[in-house]
Design a protein around this ligand. Structure first.
Ligand code: MSP
Length: 523
């Protein structure tokens, strides 16, 4: 673990999203996962850089702008400002940067990179003839189609016949296979890696990296009648945003040295091949180190199919957060679905988990504790005490949660924390502090029980902070911990299990209920 300013930062990216439409919960799923993971790493004391952004070029965005009778740039500006950025703010996403592929900082570096590949002999002129899906922005093989339609979008593909520039992707197959053999962690989960390896072993064609029939894109530097293929442009965002190709002594060059290679590219499984085949090959061609890990998560399904706006099954995050709140949204998907597998969204399941895990197990524990400290201890945290069972369980919980979350097993990590919450509830139920309070002879024992419970809740607040930043911050204040221990975001994972941190005498305050009953919220 390091926090020195010269050491490499933990660098995580989300895909950059197409701005042809507003965000839905599938997009939010990836970005929330990235936010939770980066917040966790920050609380591990690491330097972190978290990038998200928007993919603005290509035919798909151009067509949408045309349909709306505005220029593509106007369309992108509007969607980014009115839909995408506000959506991430509403979900409490703490990204460090937001890249748009129409920004000069990106376009200039993309052109420079492409010129370098051309100069190094990795690009040649050719003719592309075949199917293209505008929805995927992908050149397809006949085997990718079902009755002439794209399998992902279920829509007819276009037949292209264009003189284009090609990238010698096929030349990198042996190097890519060697890379995944030697670094199994570079593509996760294992099922995703197997898919990539099988795909590579099946043979890969060279890739057309330019288009000549429209002009919404970055001009090919040596042939300005063509624009760069949108995926070649988009993949580079991860590196252009942190100064790819800049002089090492410049700001950009220093940023690049501090962040690159990326530690994790989070992607949905539908865009795995772009990230695990094309992207590393592009970097290999330029002599730039490849990312340390590409992690492909599953899809949120509606009616058994990938939820998507084009199939009219897209659910806006606000439809869920208006009812359940932002933190429950952030919690639910990571808790309920193993990261890497598909999962169905169901209103009933979310309501059930909200009530049992958040409102009952966590929220009630916190409110009962604070009510008892107010009632039995005049609102002041009693003297430091210790319970062997809770202390040992907490240490084991922190270890398990840290290992799981760092391995992107959010379900396992959050599950371990919630198990501890259950254990603390069991402790309170067993000790019955309300019964102890009836006899003054029990005061010392009562104070111990309340201190142990408060310490446990302190730890739960810190551990759940990356997942539910707003609620845990409220709880932190209610415990009086902000005044005595400082900002919750500065509490370190490595010391959460150190018992006895909540100072005796901290004043608790009863705040609003952390997870209100759902009926009350939905009037
Ligand atoms: N613009 C490209 C990515 C370029 S990255 C260099 C793109 N954009 S997208 O907006 O279509 O999708 C972005 C991400 O959202 C993908 O990772 C995709 O898997 C994810 N999801 C879209 N629908 C989803 C679900 N229904 N469920 C989970 N994730 C989903 O592709």
């Amino acid at each position: 673990m390091s926090s020195g300013s010269d050491s490499k930062a933990f660098y995580l990216t989300t895909p950059i999203y197409y701005v042809n439409d507003a965000p839905h919960i599938g997009h939010a799923y990836t970005t929330v996962a990235g936010d939770v993971l980066t917040r966790w790493h920050r609380q591990r004391g690491e330097d972190v850089w978290f990038l998200t952004g928007t993919d603005e070029h290509g035919e798909k965005v151009l067509n949408t702008a045309n349909e709306n009778n505005v220029s593509p740039q106007e369309w992108c500006d509007k969607l980014v400002e009115d839909k995408w950025k506000p959506n991430w703010r509403a979900l409490n996403i703490a990204n460090d940067d937001f890249i748009r592929t129409t920004e000069p900082r990106h376009m200039e570096r993309v052109q420079k990179f492409m010129q370098l590949l051309k100069d190094n002999g990795h690009i040649y002129a050719g003719k592309f003839e075949g199917p293209y899906c505008v929805g995927c922005e992908e050149f397809k093989l006949p085997g990718d189609l079902d009755d002439g339609k794209c399998k992902v979008h279920g829509k007819p593909v276009k037949m292209l016949s264009e003189d284009n520039w090609f990238f010698k992707l096929s030349a990198f197959i042996p190097q890519l296979l060697k890379h995944y053999k030697e670094n199994p962690e570079a593509c996760q989960p294992e099922s995703a890696r197997n898919e990539v390896v099988a795909f590579l072993e099946g043979g890969v064609r060279d890739l057309s990296i330019s288009r000549s029939t429209f002009d919404w894109g970055i001009p090919v530097p040596w042939d300005t009648d063509q624009v760069i293929y949108v995926w070649f442009d988009a993949l580079l965002n991860y590196a252009t945003a942190v100064g790819l190709g800049d002089d090492p002594t410049s700001e950009g060059g220093k940023k690049f040295a501090k962040t690159w290679p990326a530690d994790v590219h989070l992607v949905g499984k539908d865009i795995l091949r772009f990230h695990a085949v094309i992207w590393p090959a592009m970097l290999m061609a330029a002599g730039v180190p490849v990312p340390r890990k590409v992690f492909a998560h599953g899809w949120l399904l509606v009616g058994g199919e990938k939820m998507s706006k084009s199939k009219l099954t897209g659910i806006a995050p606000s439809e869920i957060t208006d009812h359940f709140g932002v933190d429950a949204f952030r919690y639910y998907f990571l808790r309920a679905i193993p990261f890497g597998s598909d999962g169905s969204f169901s209103w009933e399941d979310m309501s059930a988990r909200y009530t049992s895990e958040l409102a009952n197990d966590f929220g009630n524990l916190a409110s009962r504790l604070i009510a008892m400290i107010e009632k039995y201890c005049d609102g002041a945290i009693p003297g430091v005490a210790q319970d062997e069972g809770l202390t040992t369980a907490l240490a084991a919980t922190v270890k398990k949660a840290d290992e799981a979350i760092c391995a992107l097993d959010f379900q396992g990590g959050i599950g371990a924390i919630m198990e501890y919450c259950k254990k603390v509830n069991g402790y309170v139920t067993e000790k019955e502090p309300w019964a102890m309070a009836k006899d003054p002879a029990n005061t010392a024992e009562l104070n111990k029980v309340l201190y142990n419970t408060a310490e446990s809740v302190r730890a739960l607040a810190v551990l759940l902070h990356p997942v539910m930043p707003e609620t845990t911050q409220k709880l932190w204040k209610a415990l009086g911990a902000e005044a005595t221990m400082g900002d919750i975001a500065h509490q370190k994972i490595s010391s959460v299990a150190t018992w006895g941190q909540l100072p005796a005498g901290s004043r608790v305050t009863k705040g609003a209920v952390l997870f209100p009953r759902l009926e009350e919220k939905s009037e």
